[in-house]
Ligand binder design. Structure first.
Ligand code: GL4
Length: 830
């Protein structure tokens, strides 16, 4: 099992493992030890990287004792645990988070200073582990943080991608992807345990045989195997002594597999086998919400869930555990459909490997899984062709068929004579090709199914899984997403955190509803002034960062209007572009005097999936608009557009606290929740947004006066769609919109090149799947209300403060409480 339990005869084992002393001297000693004996360098000769690695390892050593103790207690109590299964964890930098959790920030700063080292230089050396695409992966990271901070027994399982989300660069305004070599300079936060590797099979065939008791059984004979090596990441709770585990798997070739080929003399084939194995954890698929259905992706999914289930059953549970009691010890939470193949895998293990009867195994499996759906976009709902699945995982396909047969029998009993219903609900789709609907499989097997915001859960029930919710209404529930206040308030916004603590005292960081106590201060001129000072200082900090990071020089004293998220048509970055172009047009056509325009700096951050053509065109257009607007003397710097490349968690932590306005402008019904929207509100930005995802709940909580709502509602979207949506009608009838589109189409931003903008303009006018043009006028009017409010600094500050005070609900601690109550039925440890 994990953790070095020394033999009792060792003098070192006589006491529990203890942390180094929490003193500057204690840290310095540990740091120098790591530097000298870990890195093998003297302080005087050490590089910044040496110093970073040694600091990180020194800090990690403070967590180790708590980690070992957490596991010891867990073995002792055998409490029910949560296993979060997620193909993505977008962790962000670890160093400051570990310092915060251990309360060592000042100690380490002083200790490093005593060694002549600036902690900021060390901090900047860390490359964040970008093992996720966007919201879904970041949510997983927030959840594991909250579980540890709330003292819940939990383990995160995922994949240790050798290359995380690509590094985005711009060449002539176009996105160019670079590999994310995050492991190159060392990875001090992980502990690998190759000796605890797990073997995972692929391919081959199944056969039936009669066992010693005369029972007919099935076994799977894979034709290849790979080995999963666990890498433990420590997940510290916020100053509570608990350290949970995030276990990420990397794939390597198995020896037996190599040897057979080596012995046959085919050296190159042996190397190919090695490559096959290592490819599995090589790279994160860079698509958010639009999976490509590639074979390697299914291999990744099966690889990590098979490793994780084996790990839990064989290492985490005691050797003598009564497997029929499994639901008392574990709930596997499926983060979207990516890990859903875990369902037939657990069935296979129980029935084939452990000899359990099918019905009993199925009853257990149904209690051990719950499924979270994170998107409604039809193109994002994973389906796997049975041909592919059967080739890669023949036994699992058989199991899925049997699950489906028994399920359809139940459907026919529930809806007698309704064969169409049975066909619609079948886990197996017949068109356009025979395939497995992973969301249906998860719904059939899962104890609970949840969406990630009220509206989304409602639409999930009504639009995506209506027959299932009719059959099992009690299976469906909602848990609105949340974000960790440790990273996204305390670490990201230390000045605001200090102001809050000075005002309402300590304790709010793990009881975020306490931000309510700030409400009366929204009326206090002195507090408002302090609040504005914080915002101004955060803007200064952002300016410095963007100048140093990207050579971007932002104007001073402008409203900071921010849209950061993945580039996707449904999120409607184009609507934001149209607003900017319309303002620009007002100025350059002389319709408005530049002095009458509210100075605004627009900031974009967005990566496009490398194969998503339209998204990449939009990135190019944004960069071209930025170039034109920023360099036009008529604009005089009062409007500016900044698009720093490679938006990631680290940049978010500086960007969000500086924002005045948060752009959450997806077409209603398309953004499942959003979590950036929550981070902005908690950091005192006002939202301009549609009635979509968690925006709905943000608006309800902060109040209509403190939120700029615009656009069609979801039912109105449906209605317009049904009536037949003609974007060109909006173009023709709206002068400002027409001028903006014409200006883009004329090549004004692309050096006269009209072809460069052809695909975008054509799509807007003749397709516009996400109704940008339909919402344009409403958006512009909402932006005018933004300008009005901004012109009154006291009114603006009041609204911003109320956003902070009323957004405590969006702590991921609250989300975890909801999961515990509604889905997991576990409680925090004392
Ligand atoms: C997403 C949703 O698009 C996003 O709205 C949501 O906040 C997030 C976490 O629930 O999940 N779904 C996928 S796929 N990627 C996401 O970011």
């Amino acid at each position: 099992s994990y953790g070095p339990e020394l033999p009792v005869t060792s003098p070192l084992a006589l006491g529990p493992v203890v942390s180094p002393p929490h003193t500057v001297e204690g840290f310095v000693k540990e740091f120098l030890h790591e530097l000298n004996y870990g890195q093998g360098v003297a302080l005087s000769r050490s590089s910044v990287n040496d110093q970073y690695l040694a600091s990180a390892r020194a800090v990690r050593s403070y967590l180790m004792a708590q980690w070992l103790e957490t596991q010891r207690r867990q073995r002792e109590t055998q409490a029910k645990s949560v296993a979060y299964l997620s193909a993505e964890y977008l962790l962000g930098r670890q160093f400051d988070n570990a310092l915060l959790a251990t309360g060592l920030t000042d100690t380490v700063e002083k200790g490093l200073a005593a060694c002549g080292i600036d902690i900021d230089v060390v901090r900047a050396q860390e490359i964040e582990p970008g093992l996720g695409n966007g919201g879904l992966g970041r949510l997983a990271a927030c959840f594991v943080d909250s579980l540890a901070s709330m003292n819940v027994s939990a383990i995160g399982y995922g994949i240790r991608y050798e290359f995380g989300i690509f590094r985005q660069t711009f060449v002539d305004g176009r996105q160019v992807e670079q590999p994310d070599t995050w492991l190159d300079l060392g990875s001090p936060w992980e502990v690998a345990h190759p000796e605890n590797s797990v073997q995972v099979g692929f391919g081959g065939r199944t056969e039936t045989y009669t066992d010693d008791d005369g029972v007919e059984r099935t076994r799977w004979i894979p034709d290849s195997n790979v080995k999963g090596i666990p890498h433990n990441y420590l997940v510290p709770g916020y100053q509570n002594g608990r350290v949970n585990t995030l276990r990420l798997w990397s794939a390597v070739a198995t020896q037996s597999f190599d040897l057979a080929i080596f012995n046959s003399g085919d050296y190159t084939a042996a190397v190919r086998a090695q490559t096959f194995a290592e490819n599995i954890s090589k790279v994160l698929y860079p698509e958010d919400s639009t999976p490509q259905g590639r074979e390697l992706r299914l291999q990744q999914q099966y690889f990590f869930v098979a490793c994780s289930i084996s790990d839990f059953l064989n290492y985490v549970l005691p050797a003598d555990f009564d497997i029929t009691k499994l639901p008392e010890r574990i709930i596997f939470q499926l983060n979207d459909t990516h890990p859903v193949i875990a369902i037939p895998e657990l069935m296979r293990v129980l029935v084939d490997d452990r000899g359990m009867a099918w019905d009993e195994a199925w009853a257990i499996t149904q209690q051990c899984f719950a499924y979270t759906c994170h998107t409604l976009l039809p193109e994002a709902l994973e389906v796997w062709p049975t041909e592919l699945l059967g080739k890669l995982l023949p036994r699992h396909l058989e199991i899925i068929y049997r699950i489906n047969d028994e399920f359809l029998a139940e459907v026919r009993k529930t809806f007698p004579g309704d064969e169409l219903k049975a066909r619609n609900m079948s886990i197996i789709a017949e068109y356009p090709e025979r395939s497995v609907r992973m969301a249906y499989l998860a719904t059939v097997a899962g104890a609970k199914v949840n969406g990630v915001a009220e509206l989304h859960s409602q639409l999930l029930r009504d639009k995506v899984l209506p027959d299932f919710s009719a059959m099992w209404p009690e299976k469906f529930t909602n848990v609105t997403n949340g974000v960790t206040p440790r990273r996204f308030i305390k670490l990201a916004n230390p000045l605001l955190s200090t102001l809050i603590t000075d005002t309402i005292g300590v304790g709010w960081l793990n009881d975020l509803e306490r931000l309510r106590e700030l409400e009366p201060y929204a009326e206090d001129p002195e507090f408002r002034a302090s609040f504005r000072e914080v915002k101004a200082a955060n803007k200064v900090r952002l300016r410095a960062l963007l100048e140093q990071r990207d050579g971007l020089v932002l104007p001073e004293d402008a409203m900071l209007d921010v849209m950061v998220k993945r580039l996707h048509e449904y999120k409607r970055q184009l609507l934001k572009v149209l607003h900017i172009v319309a303002l620009y047009d007002l100025v350059v056509s002389g319709q408005a005097k530049i002095e009458d325009i509210t100075p605004r700096t627009f900031v974009f951050g967005a990566k496009a999936a490398p194969g998503y053509r339209m998204a990449k065109e939009i990135i190019h257009l944004i960069n071209r608009v930025a170039e034109t607007v920023n360099n036009d003397p008529r604009v005089d710097g009062r409007l500016a557009v900044a698009f720093p490349p490679n938006y990631n968690v680290t940049l978010a932590e500086t960007l969000i606290p500086a924002a005045d306005l948060s752009e959450q402008i997806s077409l209603a019904g398309k953004e499942a929740s959003g979590t950036g929207n929550m981070k902005f509100a908690l950091n005192g930005a006002l939202t301009i947004g549609t009635d979509d995802g968690a925006n709905v709940e943000i608006r309800q909580l902060v109040g209509d006066d403190n939120f700029f709502l615009f656009g069609l509602s979801e039912p109105q979207v449906e209605e317009l769609q049904a009536k037949g949506y003609r974007p060109s009608a909006f173009y023709e009838s709206n002068e400002s919109l027409r001028r903006a589109i014409d200006l883009i189409a004329s090549g004004a931003f692309t050096g006269g090149d009209r072809e460069a903008v052809g695909p975008i303009v054509g799509d807007l006018l003749y397709n516009d799947r996400f109704m940008v043009l339909a919402d344009y006028q409403s958006y512009i009017e909402a932006q005018e209300r933004v300008d009005e409010r901004y012109a009154d600094p006291d009114a603006w500050s009041r609204s911003a403060i109320l956003n902070v005070a009323r957004s405590g609900f969006f702590s991921s601690d609250r989300a975890m409480t909801d999961y515990m109550d509604r889905i997991w039925h576990v409680s925090p440890r004392r």
